[in-house]
Design a protein around this ligand. Structure first.
Ligand SMILES: Cc1cc2nc3c(=O)[nH]c(=O)nc-3n(C[C@H](O)[C@H](O)[C@H](O)COP(=O)(O)O)c2cc1C
Length: 168
């Protein structure tokens, strides 16, 4: 699959088979994440979550994280404002890293979904307590990963009326 196809066919996949996802494959996703552009100078950290009880526990403080219960893994994307090169840039960097994981997952034939953590305080505190994340580190997203148990059509969201030429 080429890059354009991986981008244009990416959808949020929330159902998975029980087939495991190898460490090598997860590392490919992490490599894609860390290949994202960075204004904060790599002020990101990642937590690979495979333990079933931990994946299930997300649903106690997150109303839209049910898919993690059946996911082979979750990749938590965190920013560390204490070490970022430019203030506030960790948010954009971690978002770019999250999107790279989603596109790479699609390119590898995996299903994935962005589970939003930041800026909802209850979710941030829930993740911190669950995973023992230091106080200065902020979890932005958790990407659920698994071999797809559902198929979706490409989004086709292109709208010419949202595009402006030279001036608004
Ligand atoms: C910042 C952000 C947070 C999101 N959080 C969640 C979430 O918590 N749970 C969920 O099921 N989907 C979440 N999504 C996925 C969106 O629901 C999904 O991208 C949107 O419905 C469009 O569908 P598509 O990804 O299949 O094109 C999130 C997406 C973004 C960009």
């Amino acid at each position: 699959m080429d890059a354009m196809e991986a981008i244009l066919t990416r959808r949020s996949i929330r159902k998975y088979t029980t087939e495991p996802v190898s460490t090598e494959t997860v590392n490919q996703l992490l490599n894609a994440a860390m290949s994202a552009p960075t204004a904060a100078n790599e002020a990101w950290n990642f937590v690979v979550i495979r333990e079933r009880t931990i994946l299930e526990a997300f649903t106690k403080f997150h109303p839209h994280a049910q898919m993690l219960k059946a996911a082979a893994a979750g990749i938590l994307v965190c920013g560390n404002p204490a070490v970022e090169a430019l203030k506030g840039r960790w948010i954009m960097d971690c978002s770019a890293a999250t999107e790279n994981i989603l596109i790479a997952a699609n390119a590898l034939g995996l299903g994935a979904c962005w589970v939003g953590i930041y800026p909802v305080e209850e979710r941030i505190q829930g993740v911190r307590a669950l995973l023992g994340i230091p106080e200065q580190v902020i979890p932005l997203s958790c990407v659920s990963i698994g071999w797809p148990g559902e198929k979706k059509q490409p989004p086709n969201r292109f709208r010419q009326d949202l595009v402006h030429e030279d001036r608004w």
